[in-house]
Design a protein around this ligand. Structure first.
Ligand code: NAD
Length: 295
């Protein structure tokens, strides 16, 4: 069993750390929030006073932080992970961050002799609690093999996407498809309403036709056809519009830095930005239907 330092014990990190404890690993956590530290202690973990202190005695360091700036600070800072982790420690960043930061931090870790992976997740807080997350992992084969047993304690699907940064690339490419497809499905329902086409009929036909996609058949943005979708509970999130906006912005940043053409991704980001500006950022992202339908 491994000794794990877990840094960033928020909505995702805390349940992930709990699953490591359940699997028999030792977890020493650090977070800026005292409440998170108390919750980890209650689950049987130990706490440290700084990120560096947590990393100092660990075989594996896992981070689950809000954004790239926090990841840079925690790894590259004066009392950070790279300064304090012991020789041979494996470093795994599960945060969703920009590809450039993931590659910069990975290179800094490699320069100090550490194996590091970017391993963002999908599955949300439900998946984090149930231990059924999907991990998209970038980094060397050797690091991936070392990390696999630990990731299995927190997730169900673990995919090695390629070298450093490709885990983040996979995450933002997938979520760009999701953001765009949710808008496409929402536009179709808004048009159907105006044309007097019954929503259920459109669903029944498109679900068996070339318009079929996850945004339609698993997460339908209008109430009725898929009873479990957030549309049936006044668009209570799920996956908030602000989180979708974050991922779409990361995709745009990556596209700009790589010279890729992503016009629909740009338009999707603009529409979720508008939703956020209208005070709807905490609603489920499928509530984009209401914006498009004028509801
Ligand atoms: P969160 O805000 O609930 O948790 C982040 C935690 O990091 C907080 O507890 C905060 O106090 C802590 N933190 C910030 N700076 C720190 C520092 N310097 N040192 C130590 N702790 C620090 O966010 P979350 O929902 O847990 O998301 C974490 C990451 O996972 C994000 O990158 C997010 O995009 C990604 N993600 C979230 C979801 C989701 O459904 N919540 C799904 C997939 C991916």
């Amino acid at each position: 069993m491994a000794t794990v330092a877990f840094i960033g014990l928020g909505n995702m990190g805390l349940p992930m750390a709990r699953n490591l404890l359940k699997a028999g690993h030792g977890v020493t956590g650090f977070d800026l929030s005292a409440a998170s530290l108390t919750a980890l202690t209650e689950a049987g973990g130990r706490t440290a006073a700084t990120a560096g202190d947590a990393a100092a005695d660990a075989d594996v360091v896992i981070t689950m932080l809000p954004a790239g700036q926090h990841v840079r600070q925690v790894y590259l800072g004066e009392d950070g992970v790279l300064a304090r982790a012991r020789t041979g420690a494996l470093l795994i960043d599960c945060s969703t961050i920009d590809v450039d930061t993931a590659r910069t931090v990975n290179a800094a870790a490699a320069a100090k002799g550490f194996d590091m992976l970017d391993a963002p997740v999908s599955g949300g807080t439900g998946g984090a609690t149930a231990g059924t997350l999907t991990f998209m992992v970038g980094g060397s084969d050797a690091a991936f093999t070392r990390a696999h047993p630990l990731l299995e304690a927190m997730g169900k699907t673990i995919v090695h996407a390629g070298g450093a940064g490709t885990g983040q690339a996979a995450k933002i490419c997938n979520n760009m498809v999701l953001g765009i497809s949710m808008i496409a499905v929402s536009e179709a329902f808004a048009l159907a309403d105006r044309l007097g086409l019954d929503r259920q009929k459109l669903f029944d036909i498109s679900a068996k036709s070339s318009g079929q996609c996850w945004s339609l058949t698993s997460y339908c943005p209008v109430p009725g056809p898929v009873p479990t979708s957030p549309a049936n509970r006044d668009y209570q999130a799920g996956f908030t519009a602000d989180m979708m906006l974050k991922d779409l912005k990361l995709a745009q940043q990556a596209a700009s830095s790589a010279g890729a053409s992503t016009p629909l991704g740009a338009q999707a980001a603009a529409l979720y930005q508008l939703m956020s500006a209208r005070g709807q950022g905490d609603k489920d992202f499928s509530a984009i239907f209401k914006l498009l339908s004028g509801g």
